[in-house]
Design a protein around this ligand. Sequence first.
Ligand SMILES: [Zn+2]
Length: 247
Amino acid sequence: MKKRLLFVFAHPDDESFACAGTMAKYREAGHDVNLICATSGCGGKSGEYFVTCKQELATLREQELSQACDVIGVTNLYLLHYADGSLINQDINEIAAKIESHIVQLQPHVIVTFPPNGVTGHRDHIAISRATEQAILQSEEKLMSSQYCTLFFASIPHYYDYCADSAPTGAVPITGKVNIVNQRETKGRALHAHRSQIYSVNRAYPGVMQGDYGVIGQYEYYTKVRADGLFEDIQESTEGIPEIELC
Ligand SMILES: [Zn+2]
């Protein structure tokens, strides 16, 4: 049965850092992979590119995101066009309502977003996590229980190996890992599409911008948070992180 997955992130490139391998894997298996990106990434550094204004950078980053989505095979990309860095100051009810309308329309089987600490502690990541969780709870008031999604948080433990100074506190336990051994190159090419982010990609994934994808690991990491309208009892596994499928 064809499944629908919805990934909800704050910036162009979040999807590639966190989940590109998983997204490509489910697309290759014939499922629909949708992405909501809340901001245009106009606060990011522009790398080697000369851009004269934030609007130009926003346009460039949306183009790069579109290219990364082509690499991954994203079915539908939805841009909310918020200003980079502004999410925490926006009305969370408004952001949640926008996400909720996509959930009600798409009726995804699986939704993936950042955990409450945002992985990197970035305030936009924290805001999108909160807004997505709120949107899911609101959507359940409108959908039948058979249409409820399963919610996962995506974590990037690899990131802390290279950017330990950026690690926030309050990480949720990781409860499963998706094997992306056959999608490592696709993930590398998706990251590579975010050329204006050469500094941050090089920092977390050294070599990728030079076309060397050896640093990309075999797994992407998740926490199952909510299923069938109930929050999971999240427990850290004592016997290693099990390999899972999202659907
Ligand atoms: Zn981000």
